[in-house]
Ligand binder design. Sequence first.
Ligand code: SF4
Length: 168
Amino acid sequence: KKATYVISACLAGVPCRYDGRDNLVPELKALVEDGKAVTICPECLGGLEIPRKPCEIRVVKGERKVYNVKNEDLTNAFEKGAQKALSLARKAGARLAVLKAKSPSCGCGCVYDGSFHKKLVPGNGITAELFLQNGLSVMTEQAWLTQKIKEESIMEKKINLGIVFGGQ
Ligand code: SF4
């Protein structure tokens, strides 16, 4: 059976964040438990440890690089992790990715600017960008939750209408 989604592992409750914590979204964990999703943590797949120093993307001479807060260049680990995450997603047959917002790996739409001052700029994390380039749909957990609520309310309205019409 193929999985529909590939999900950032921290969103499914895995404590793989740089600070050893998770970003649990119970609805996403449930998808994994139902076999509808596989999890990836690109930073762990790239060989980085838990815990690790926080990292941000910086543009250097036109190239996107990833540095930790001690100014060590970890671009290679991030790129290796992204490639591994992509092959796991492909192996599972997933076409949709729900990835943790703002992360230098998983962020989609905006990421921190490399100054470590919590300043966001438009852009995608290294893995989110690779997924998009390879035809996967990528959304943040917040966008996914908003869409889920919208779909559920449409469904609820349909059910209510069905009851109304059914009673007449
Ligand atoms: Fe979560 Fe992605 Fe960071 Fe791993 S790399 S901790 S999955 S946001």
